[in-house]
Design a protein around this ligand. Structure first.
Ligand code: 6PG
Length: 480
């Protein structure tokens, strides 16, 4: 076997197969290996005419087919399967070769794998790949971590197969060392959960408060998609809502079981945020909303609990309410991204990754699930001030949320009055109000902690830690 392939792909299920085809369509010679050889043969039979493939049947043959430094993309189920594949291939590789993991791995696993392989002289690139099957084939957003050297050898190829933003820029960039890429992909997914939850709440409000039918709501979303909410998720929401179920003739959304599932990346985002001490309340509410929806027995047992019935709005009032929901959705979305970028900044600082936040926003403009016109504004905000403490402190976002806040509050109030759950909208608004508060009741929390646990408190007028002798006549004696 001559050593000719630019890259090898192992794990040829839909994502792996489509990425292999994407490389081949872009002029790269792609070696293929799959545990069951039938899958390799099927890919070559069906798509062999799309480019240059080298089908191999053993790991040794596969490795021998690759140009040096070898680039080997692993597309297997995240977790133990990834470790098994690494154990299988690492001994066959030589110093300077690169193993790339394109699955949704936990960034801590990626950090461990990178460390272990580095000791063997190999580069390990944990990379986020977003865009689902379609993106993998036609251009995903790609978020690779790993060494600078590995980016030098891999970067041009990833840029070539990636989605291109409207200005033609590739949606791939070197995120940072070791687990940085998978961390950023994880937060991408957390934001994806939050975006989806906010859209779901907007839909619920338009349905239950404004009294619109799904087809009408689809029109509203289509209109929103021509403005600042322009995004893939809004676009597909309009399509889903306009879809009629063929079997029943009913709106499709009405025949889908209302229990959302998850593979876990949103949950990881929140778990990690808790460890980092970053308040990602909007993302957390989105994860919990999915979890609550899945508790069918609990919901059944609670169905008779008392609550108001939304009073139907007039046509005119409904249209005005829909405009208010757009404001609330946009402002809440700004908060989700504010929280997500705070988490990336905190991860970057903790793990010393030096992630460029503006670049992250710019490679999410194309290919990925959360692609949106609005990401340009985030890049612009970080370009203007790379040390921006929070996206909400950017002048433009501050102005937009200021302009939205009355409607945002009105929508949350209407939801509360009407008994429609809006955990995403209200968590976002609470976060906004907490950030802008002059004083928070955390002062009282601190006093309580000192009272029952002598945990001490800090004062507004003096430095140091203080403890009050609570109770009895010594209650005013502070110990600095
Ligand atoms: C993407 C998606 C992708 C996957 C989600 C679905 O960026 O292409 O995020 O990674 O579709 O993980 O996640 P849930 O199954 O957890 O909703």
């Amino acid at each position: 076997m001559s050593t000719q392939a630019d890259i090898g792909v192992t794990g040829l299920a839909v994502m792996g197969g489509n990425l292999a085809r994407n490389f081949a369509r872009n002029g790269y010679t792609v070696a293929l290996y799959n545990r069951t050889a039938a899958r390799t043969r099927a890919l070559v039979d069906e798509h062999g005419d799309e480019g240059a493939f080298v089908a191999t049947e053993t790991p040794e043959e596969f490795v021998a087919a690759l140009k040096r430094p070898r680039r080997l993309l692993v597309m297997v189920k995240a977790g133990e399967a990834t470790d098994a594949v690494i154990r299988q291939f690492a001994p066959l590789l030589e110093e300077g070769d690169v193993i790339i993991d394109g699955g949704n791995a936990h960034f801590e696993d990626t950090r461990r794998r990178e460390r272990e392989l580095r000791e063997q002289g190999l580069h390990f690139v944990g990379t986020g790949v977003s865009g689902g099957e379609e993106g993998a084939l036609n251009g995903p957003s790609i978020m690779p971590g790993g060494s600078k050297e590995s980016w030098q050898s891999l970067g041009p190829m990833l840029e070539k197969i990636s989605a291109k933003a409207e200005d033609g820029a590739p949606c791939a960039t070197h995120i940072g060392p070791d687990g940085a890429g998978h961390f950023v992909k994880m937060v991408h997914n957390g934001i994806e959960y939050a975006d989806m939850q906010l859209i779901a709440e907007a839909y619920d409000l338009l349905r239950r408060v404004a009294g619109y039918e799904p087809a009408r709501i689809a029109e509203v979303f289509r209109t929103w998609n021509t403005g600042r909410l322009d995004s893939y998720l809004i676009e597909i929401t309009a399509q889903v809502l306009a879809h009629t179920d063929a079997a029943t003739g009913r709106p499709f959304v009405d025949v889908v079981l209302d229990q959302a599932e998850q593979k876990g990346t949103g949950r990881w985002t929140v778990q990690t945020a808790l460890d980092l001490g970053v308040p990602v309340s909007g993302i957390a509410e989105a994860v919990f909303a999915r979890s609550l929806s899945g508790h069918a027995d609990l919901r059944e047992a609670s169905r008779e609990l008392a609550g108001p019935r939304p009073t139907p709005l007039s046509e005119e009032a409904a249209a005005a309410f829909a405009d208010q929901v757009e404001q609330a959705l946009y402002a809440s979305k700004v908060v989700s991204y504010t929280q997500g970028f705070h988490q990336i900044a905190a991860g970057s600082q903790t793990y010393d990754w030096d992630v460029d936040l503006g670049r992250v926003a710019s490679i999410w403009r194309g290919g990925c699930i959360i692609r949106a016109a609005f990401l340009d504004r985030i890049t612009a905000a970080y370009d203007k001030d790379p040390a921006l403490p929070s996206l909400l402190s950017d002048e433009r976002f501050a102005e937009e949320t200021a302009a939205a806040q009355d409607d945002w509050r009105a929508v949350v109030s209407a939801a509360v009055q009407g008994g429609v759950p809006v955990p995403g909208f209200s968590a976002a608004l609470a976060y906004y109000d907490a950030l802008r508060a002059e004083r928070l009741p955390a002062a009282l929390t601190q006093a309580q902690r000192d009272f029952f646990g002598a945990h001490t408190y800090r004062r507004t007028d003096r430095d140091g830690a203080f403890h009050t002798q609570w109770g009895g006549d010594r209650s005013e004696a502070d110990a600095g």
